[in-house]
Design a protein around this ligand. Structure first.
Ligand code: BES
Ligand code: MN
Ligand code: ZN
Length: 498
């Protein structure tokens, strides 16, 4: 869907549907809603007075105007109580109403954003555009039957009286760039692993690097071997797919400014390897590259937003497969850092590929390192399906991530990394072992990662829960969520306004 910003008055616009967002406890209509109501001789008041619409969060209602105004329909959507309003409610409401309009086979609609609450106007407009776009995401390149029935809203016009045109247009542009990043990540994650191999991920990264100030390097198996990335290569050894270490560099800041390094787990399929997973839901393990996809998308978004800073994306990409060459429980791997790892369980592969990538991050003398990974099932047990687990030692970085998370509505909760957890990953014959048992599984995974990070501020985000959604959520349709693209982007944007 395309979003256009246009000067005018909503009540005068000829469109298939006018969208109006209302508060639940609103005594009287105000602003644009009042104008539309007056122009339509009280159609909205009539509906509300009859109790058909109370503006509960994301409640929708459609009124046919029968020629009372140029618009064919008025679509109402509820925002809930004004005292409880936030950007999440706005995103959810616009997602819901756009999905409803799509179900009516509506191709274009118009709205105005005259909401005011404790947020900058630009943020509210961004939320309107984001909610609308994210909720309308569909993944159907593999559907060949019934394609003629697919529905798509093609256009949303945001109508403004004029004085705020520039602010609104800029906000819409930002939202379009950011949601394009989320769509990009969702597409990569949704693609089946036979069509989203490490090599194909690398190709996608090279396409990102067609942009100004973005370069891409891809290390192949031979190069990684030479460099000593044998922890990553251990995981890759069971697969016939070539592993790739993808390096995206965006230089939007001055040359001497330390970059932010983003590291994303790029497991294009996690079978568990020799410690093979049960068959149930194994197909969802095509999404084990969600962190890598989010990092690629974030570098793309940073470049498209022309953020004035330097960002590096590191994506170790491989499959985890059983086979004659596969690494085995008991094997010892020498990592890029030189530290040795005893493999206890080949299904704890994410930390092995991240270990080499995190050590490699030191090459950049980064200002911060953030890794994003679908790392542990234990994180789902601890925090549920909707929440990102955050771990790290750097209070400032964690605070910055938390702030960004509050703004984007991607829920983040911290788990502790106390010293005593290190005991759980000590190996008898190597430096570390790759699992610490069932207890505190998310934390021991993070502690393992921490051993491979140099002396730089670092935060680990475990996205195992929200990366893949088994059901429709407010503006995340069932399937690949593209989680943390907006979070990482917001974090980077916040760095630029200090
Ligand atoms: N990719 C999985 C974690 C995962 C599980 C993500 C379910 C999303 C949904 C990871 O590689 C894994 O298998 N972790 C193991 C670690 C264990 C062997 C210590 C796990 O969580 O069971
Ligand atoms: Mn695994
Ligand atoms: Zn995995």
């Amino acid at each position: 869907m395309k979003i256009f910003v246009q000067k005018g008055i909503l009540a005068d616009i000829k469109t298939q549907a006018i969208i109006l967002a209302l508060f639940q406890d609103q005594k009287e209509l105000t602003g644009t809603s009042l104008l539309v109501d007056q122009a339509s001789k009280g159609l909205i008041t009539e509906l509300i007075n009859n109790g058909d619409f109370t503006a509960k969060p994301s409640q929708t209602a459609v009124i046919y105007t029968l020629g009372a105004i140029p618009a064919q329909r008025i679509a109402l959507v509820g925002l809930g109580k004004k005292s409880e309003i936030n950007l999440e409610k706005v995103r959810a409401a616009f997602s819901k109403v756009m999905q409803h309009l799509r179900s009516l086979n509506i191709k274009e609609a118009a709205t105005s954003v005259d909401l005011d609450f404790l947020q900058e106007k630009a943020k509210i407009v961004e939320a309107v555009a984001e909610g609308s776009l994210l909720g309308l995401y569909q993944y159907n390149p593999y559907k060949t039957v019934g394609r003629e029935d697919f529905r798509e809203v093609e256009q949303l016009n945001i109508i403004t009286e004029g004085n705020q045109y520039a602010i609104i247009a800029a906000a819409v542009k930002n939202a379009q760039i950011i949601t394009a990043g989320v769509y990009f990540a969702r597409d990569l994650i949704s693609a089946p692993s036979n069509e989203m191999t490490p090599s194909i991920m690398a190709q996608k990264a090279r396409r990102i690097a067609r942009r100004k100030n973005v370069t891409c390097k891809v290390l192949d198996r031979a190069k990684m071997k030479k460099m000593g990335m044998r922890s990553l290569l251990g995981v890759a050894s069971g697969s016939n797919e070539e592993p790739k270490f993808i390096i995206l560099e965006y230089s939007g800041g001055s040359k001497n400014k330390a970059p932010v390094v983003l590291v994303g787990k790029g497991l294009t399929f996690d079978s568990g390897g020799i410690s093979i997973k049960p068959a149930e839901k194994m197909e969802e393990m095509k999404s084990d590259m969600s962190g890598g996809a989010a990092v690629m998308a974030t570098v793309m978004v940073a470049a498209d937003l022309r953020l004035p800073l330097n960002v590096i994306g590191l994506i170790p990409a491989t499959e985890n497969m059983p086979g004659g060459n596969a690494y085995k429980p008991g094997d010892i791997l020498k990592s890029y850092s030189g530290k040795t790892i005893e493999v206890i369980n080949t299904d704890a592969e994410g930390r092995l590929i991240l270990a080499d990538a995190l050590s490699y991050a030191s090459v950049y003398k980064p200002a911060a390192i953030i890794d994003v990974a679908t790392l542990t099932g234990a994180c789902i047990i601890a925090l549920g399906d909707d929440v990102i687990g955050m771990m790290g030692y750097d209070e400032k970085l964690k605070t910055e991530i938390n702030r960004a998370a509050c703004e984007t509505g991607e829920l983040v909760w911290e788990l502790p990394l106390w010293e005593h957890y290190s005991e759980l990953i000590k190996s008898d014959i190597a430096d570390y072992k790759n699992t610490g048992g069932r207890a505190a599984g998310t934390i021991t995974a993070a502690v393992f990662l921490s051993k491979f990070v140099g002396k730089y501020p670092w935060v680990h985000l475990d996205i195992a829960g929200p990366a893949w959604s088994g059901k429709d959520k407010a503006y995340i349709p069932k399937g690949a969520a593209g989680i943390s693209v907006r979070l990482l982007t917001e974090y980077l944007r916040n760095l630029t306004v200090k």
